[in-house]
Write a protein that binds this ligand. Sequence first.
Ligand code: ATP
Length: 427
Amino acid sequence: MLTVRIGIDDTDSNEGMCTTYIGAVICDKLKDQGFNLTPYPKLVRLNPNWPLKTRGNCAISIEVTYNPSTFRELKEIVLKTVEQLAELKHASTNPGVVFYLGKSIPSELQKFSRKVIQGIVRIEDAERLAKKIGAEYHKFKLGRGIIGALAAIGESFELDSTYELLAYRKKSYRGTKRNIDINSVIEMDRKTYPRTFDNIDPNTGENRITPHTPCPILFGIRSQDPESTLEALSIIKSNEPIERLIIYKTNQATDAHLISTKIKDLKPLNSAIISGKVSETPRIIIGGHIIFSLSDSTGEINCAAYEPTREFRKIIVNLKIGDRVKVYGAVKKKKNIPLTLNLEKIEVQNLAEIYMKKNPICMNCSKRAKSKGKGQGYRCEKCGKVFPPGSEKYVRKSRDLRIGSYEVPPRARRHLAKPLIRISPSK
Ligand code: ATP
């Protein structure tokens, strides 16, 4: 028996389809034909800042053991399914399929995968690598999907991984409003959180397991382990039939997109972790977004908490100059504005001491004296008593912020961002 790793990407458009669905159909067809699939197929999220993504920038990979005489049949199932289901009519859909027959995943393919998750690569680089490692690739139209297809094969989840169970809708239901019993989602969350996570937005009570796009996904359950997704599934009540199910192993919720770096080395379209000090007080701009400046020894950057991050902004607005923080987020370059980091999480490590100046109190009149002007001391307005410069006191102000970690709510969270509950489950 031999092993083949299959990578697939770029099959969908804004109007429908989803690469994870095509992966699920292929898995079912292969199983029906007697092929042996290695658990679990992979759902790999790629650079969330990549401008040409359709939605969540994901690619998938399936590992199959097969008898050499059936390889042609296997390939035909995969390629025919992609050809039939991919949104090929759509200009921006450019599928790529890769078959890799090597015994293990080569280190250069793992490195390539990291680069597609954290940075930007060119299609020529993908083709060159595929040829070098002997991977067979199939390009539909421009075939840009071979980038993600290779990256999905190359991801080996060395540091961290999670699982997602995806339930798909029957064709006749796609495009209509999803009909899931919200009380069953609440119950599922109560019984399985934090083994499953991001089910309900804690601030709005919103159901987060159903997407709002015209794609075939009915709902998705994110989890630490595959067993908990099945337990959650048994609790959810769906008022529409489920066409099929799949459990993917994934890099979602692992922070795999983030690079720890200094401000001078930030590049647009990367996602970064930076330690520094608040260097400009947060300001609220039109639309309810909050911006502050952060400095380290190499430079300064804007950090932004946008309106959809809702309650998270209440933390950000309380930052003061001198606070020591670690910020996590996407680096964006906008016209005529310095580089901005769109916050996903923040760790407030140390709070600056803020003092309030208090003028001296006149003992005779029990009233605070008035300043006579900068450096000229104070005078009691009632009795005229004079106080020399320096007789004022400085009182430490209490802060409306605590040391600790804070994150944007699930509704504003990127697929790759690691929720705090996964970092510190006791919270
Ligand atoms: P969905 O998540 O709904 O399946 P999508 O958001 O994954 O869709 P695609 O339609 O797959 O979007 O389009 C993304 C395209 O960009 C793919 O062809 C993929 O190979 C390519 N791509 C993804 N990440 C990068 C990257 N970091 N550098 C260069 N190309 C990339």
